[in-house]
Design a protein around this ligand. Sequence first.
Ligand SMILES: Nc1nc2c(c(=O)[nH]1)N[C@H]1C(S)=C(S)[C@@H](COP(=O)(O)OP(=O)(O)OC[C@H]3O[C@@H](n4cnc5c(=O)[nH]c(N)nc54)[C@H](O)[C@@H]3O)O[C@H]1N2
Ligand SMILES: Nc1nc2c(c(=O)[nH]1)N[C@H]1C(S)=C(S)[C@@H](COP(=O)(O)OP(=O)(O)OC[C@H]3O[C@@H](n4cnc5c(=O)[nH]c(N)nc54)[C@H](O)[C@@H]3O)O[C@H]1N2
Ligand code: SF4
Ligand SMILES: [Mo]
Length: 693
Amino acid sequence: MKKTQSTCNYCSLSCNLDFYVENNRIVKVLPTKGYSVNDGFACIKGLNLDKQLSRHKPSPRPRIKKADGTFEIVSWDDAISGTAKKLLEIKAKYGPESIAALSTAQMPFEEMALFSHIIRGYMRGNCDANTRLCMATTVFAHRGAFGFDSPPYALKDFELSDTIILIGSNPVVAHPAVWHRIRKSAKPGRKLIVIDPRKSETAQHADYHYPIKGKSDLKLFYILANYLIEKGWIDNNYIKNYTDNFGAFKAFLADFKLENAKADTGLEPEQIKELAEHIHNGKAVSLWWCMGINQGYEAVRTAQSIINIALMTGNIGRPGTGANSLTGQPNAMGSRLLSNQAILPGGGDYDNIIRRAACATAMGIPDSMLPDKPTLTYNVIVEKINAGEIKALWVVHTNPRHSWTNNETFQKAMEKLDLLIVNEIYDDTDTSANCDVFFPVVPALKKEGTFINTERRISALRPVLEREPYEHSDFEVFLKMGEALGMGELLSKWRTPRDVFNILRQCTKGMPADFTGVDYDGIVNTKGIQWPFREGETLTDNDRRLFENGVYFTPNMRAKFVFEKPMANPLPTSKEFPYVFNTGRGTVGQWHTQTRNREIPEVQDVISQNAYCLINDQLAESLGIAESDMVEIASVNGETATFEARLTNSVQANEIFAPIHYIETNKLTPSLYDPISKEPSYKTTPVALRKIG
Ligand SMILES: Nc1nc2c(c(=O)[nH]1)N[C@H]1C(S)=C(S)[C@@H](COP(=O)(O)OP(=O)(O)OC[C@H]3O[C@@H](n4cnc5c(=O)[nH]c(N)nc54)[C@H](O)[C@@H]3O)O[C@H]1N2
Ligand SMILES: Nc1nc2c(c(=O)[nH]1)N[C@H]1C(S)=C(S)[C@@H](COP(=O)(O)OP(=O)(O)OC[C@H]3O[C@@H](n4cnc5c(=O)[nH]c(N)nc54)[C@H](O)[C@@H]3O)O[C@H]1N2
Ligand code: SF4
Ligand SMILES: [Mo]
């Protein structure tokens, strides 16, 4: 029996798993013992990775839509050359910006980089990713406060913290290996605090739950900061030695008073005082946030308001502390650092001459082949398709017809396009089912490359199974398309994932995320290794945090207090739309748009097949809604959708919660974005509710 250690490609923790294989079939999956992240633990998704593609396997050859709307399976050569020809025709007729792509934070970063090299570098089109729907907010928050997109923590800090504050984060469902570590490390006196409008599965297990009004975290953290200053519960030494802009911040906070707490945040002044006491009494306070913060109309400032609390109380750079953003997808950090969409690979803006030269040399291409500006953002790409300006779209490893906000706008976009190309492992997703060119690709079990997890840990994905005839990886499809598009010599250093890894490693040299010391083959069968890890370094500690020396990546090497006056909610509730529609992860077994978890019988047996929503039991009673009734929800975006009602006291009286795993949910979310990050505001849509029939 052959054993291969590889990385789980569901959530951002990148647990490692040992796959036991006989005759090219997986006979056993065991969580890797001793691996830093999960040490012998895995959740139901990772443990069932062997089921990937067992029941919904498409033909291993491409599928083309013909003029009459029917489909034909064709050879790889024909599909590649025909598609390349069409892309070049569209580019010649309408210009390079008529071509766009949407990719992912779920595939190896070598694939992301090659894809961007083709779309952004060579074709001069635009390429954004689902990372925009997820992590864009944090990227901007980090850059403003720390000078670089750098999550400061090690996951071990969960175990070392005596006061864990989870803000808009529900690890019981979304980060099971984190929850496992939180539970395992519980000790008397350790406080677990959850700030979430609803009593989430995690809040139900917390010592303290603060049921904040949706999207009022910014005001909460300003009021809290002001109160901490008033009480003198701040770390003046840390502020003086390692931060910048505190004086202006302090003056700004004067307007944020406890007496406004209830109206501004839904929390009583006493609750905010209590929260301040927890922070003051904690020796190692850690603040962790996720989508409840990132997805909002003033999300970047909110994330920074959390960072401000850590800075002013000196809770950063020490064991068990930090202002810590959890990522979602397995390679969110790889996407942010290396996909060449918003910054040059390894970091640096597109007009940074020194960085351009370093990247061009590493990539073996002329400087002019690097993009000269950040990509158009996801929302603009969709808008430009609908305006008829973008004609061709290549979607890779994401399912935007389901996951994009206000998702009927994506349906319209698909109908408007001259050419929709989709790389997928399934030919029947909401995005792939009716596309013009379908490139079937193998799942991660048959791929190789590298992931970077939420704590900056680099881990190896290695093929567990051998390919069958005709099967292609995303990498191979990109390479063949690049060749067919005429890239020639521009691909000479990009032949294999190992080649691309070495290019990218070189791109990080001298940057904060320098991982020139990591070897492509050397990380196989290890515990993974966090960046930075420079050439020539030896590893003394495998759970490292950043900023232990108080030196940040800003020009003056100090962390910056960033703040701004809260804006009025652009989409408040009204008489017509009196309830707040909150959305998020439903159960541990369900993954996003559910294309993958439908392969896991143990998940399918227990989840709801129909879209459902959680409604406060008292609200339900007042509207005559009983358990399992069908209800219609009308959104401020003009759409309506039907859900099965689940009554609960875990959501607030005016709040409805719907899991994202059903396409109905994003029919109702608005085209509203954070002004800086352009991340959608998925979590507080004003809606109306009524029982049907
Ligand atoms: N099982 C499973 N696990 C997953 C995923 C999955 O699809 N399924 N997806 C992965 C991905 S890509 C991601 S990004 C992560 C997401 O992980 P999480 O962010 O933990 O998950 P969500 O359920 O989206 O949101 C977390 C909480 O934010 C709360 N919230 C909503 N609005 C607000 C607000 O205004 N303020 C505050 N403080 N809280 C608010 C919601 O009620 C919810 O409980 O999960 C990852 N893990
Ligand atoms: N209302 C609401 N909407 C949300 C969110 C929310 O909290 N609320 N969260 C947002 C967030 S954080 C995220 S990350 C997005 C996620 O949204 P998506 O990225 O659209 O969701 P997935 O279902 O993960 O889509 C990935 C697709 O890739 C396919 N796939 C799997 N392996 C491979 C492979 O190796 N190659 C290729 N080419 N394809 C493969 C899968 O079958 C699947 O269809 O959803 C966002 N949407
Ligand atoms: S916790 Fe995340 S990385 Fe670990 S097995 Fe589950 S889905 Fe995979
Ligand atoms: Mo995400």
